[in-house]
Ligand binder design. Sequence first.
Ligand code: IVH
Length: 680
Amino acid sequence: MQNTFKADDLSSAATRAAELRNILDDANRRYYIHDAPNISDAEYDRLLRELKEIEHAHPDLRTPDSPTLRVGSQPSSQFEKVKHLAPMLSLDNAFAPEELVAWEERNARISREVKDAGYIVEMKIDGGAISLLYEAGLLVRGATRGNGAIGENVTTNLRTMREIPLRLSGENVPKRVEIRGEVYMTFTGFNAMNERRVAAGEPTFANPRNTAAGALRQLDPRMTAERPLRFFAYQVEVDADTGEQLPVTRQSETLKLLESWGFTVNPNRKTATTIADVLAYANEVERFRETLDYPIDGIVVKVNLLGLWDELGIVGGREPRYAIAYKFAPDLVTTRLLKIEVNVGRTGALNPYAVLEPVEIGGAIVRQATLHNFEDIARKGLRIGDMVLVKRAGEVIPQVVAPLTDQRTGEEIEFEEPTVCPSCGTAVAKSEEEVMLYCPNGACPAQIYRGLVHFASQDAMDIRGMGERTALQMLEASLVKDYADLYDLTEEKLMTLEGFAQISARNLVEAIGKSKDLPLSRLLYALGIRHVGTHAAQIVARELGTLEAVLAVDEAKLAAVHGIGATTAAALVAYLGESHNREMLDRLVQAGLTTEEPVERAAGAALAGKTVVITGTHAMSRKDLQLLIERHSGRVAGSVSKSTDYLLAGEAPGSKLEKAKELGVEVIDQQQLVQLLGTE
Ligand code: IVH
């Protein structure tokens, strides 16, 4: 759909501009808020550009809320706002070779030296931009990009990232300098994190980019620390007031300098003499892109000679002429949805997935895509036989975005939710949230298989050498019927399985034996109880200390434990109430598994001896706040008195705030609390 606009007719320009604004606003909402894009990124960029052209030709048509004025997300109120030393700019885009040539020509009209200055090509990392302020070599502040001029102070979160130096090393470190770059997630890290979440029965994240950007703005830095975040540096902004100058004349030297200070700089970069060289490298990148373990959405071409950057200037206060993004073709394709199949998970959850007519996306053949859950299928209105939009970003599991309803022939078939489990035929049940269907049969073969794989997985009992294949073999040979049977396995028994020789059998028996020493929390998680993820398992184990206490626990008491909700408590108690589970646990104890949780050291002592009172509403739940305070050795009290050290006040604080002021108790907000803890 080519919609090039002739900007000579004012009234049709106005109509088209309004239309474009609507489409773009809607697309933004779908993308950022609903995480369900309806148009490809390339299409979005093209429409935005068309709107920019109209507004350029008719400045009167520019509205104060035009999507063309959007630099980034607005700073949120939760974090302190900080002004960047110099604005964090964005980039103009090019989509075709001619556009890169045109960019060079425009620049050459401004500075005759451009064509001799050379270029540097960098990867355009798809993550979240940040700026790190170093004073006398020390990290003093880290901020998100925000609206470009003003960002959010997320220092405590950034400090959790090991790839961000707290102190710069090497020579020529300026007195005051901002280092900019991109926080991102590797596909490996992202997928592993999602697998852990699936195992814990938690919702998965949609893509590494939004997850990385979101992780920066977590209010609890521990949440940030749990996400596998990485950082590539690419820009240095020296505080102009210090009058200092860097000993570099080219961007390629700046990148080396960043490396010498201790930053990771993306090794995939290349200097080029001409635009033809740039294009040749761009082709190369398109080919090796699939092998990169992080998302990129194109390359950034920069004039290498720094002396020209100021001279070339900035367009509209937001896009410097010295650099341009050259975007790749979108990884959105259309193909046919052949059928919808259903997998049975460990907890019995039925997970639908799409079987697709094989299609190539960015060099890989895609045959299947996730469909999240049945509600999602209904919401998207997918029918079997539909032509569908499929999205794939690098190594991320492909997703079905939407059906192309205008291509329907009438032959498409409405999908019907399964009424029985595809593995054992038991009638399905609906979960509390009504989103998930599940098989209630604990003896369902598919569940036992998934459960066994989970039991042996790294975060659970960490039995090396026991993957999906081995689990299936053990079940098929009836060597194992439940988890406890694993501990009766011998070398001889394992050697009856195809592919096992003496050494591999011995190694597996040893690995199984080693798992007996893991703490109670691992066992609780390994059992695969619904809603009991790693976190909940740890809380329960720490709170109760022994398996004996867990077996005796009362549901109401458990639900009252901070960090455990009624749903988790009910699921755990229901599991323990089943006699065959009890029997299996007995056999695990007899096999010699650890039944205790070693006493945990507190995460820190920042609040040792301090009493905190919580009032008002906060971004974090009260339970989580209390847990956070207690983990740092503090105590939470219900009312303000002279012995209160801090009043943690949120929105609508009420009378406790008055009381605190009266008694001279220090009043802090969540951000200040996190800062107190973050200094440890
Ligand atoms: S340079 C104007 N280099 O792309 C100069 N940006 O669309 C500042 N990005 O906000 C950007 N990789 O978040 C530059 N190698 C790279 C980049 C890069 C990713 C992001 C950055 C920026 C956005 C612009």
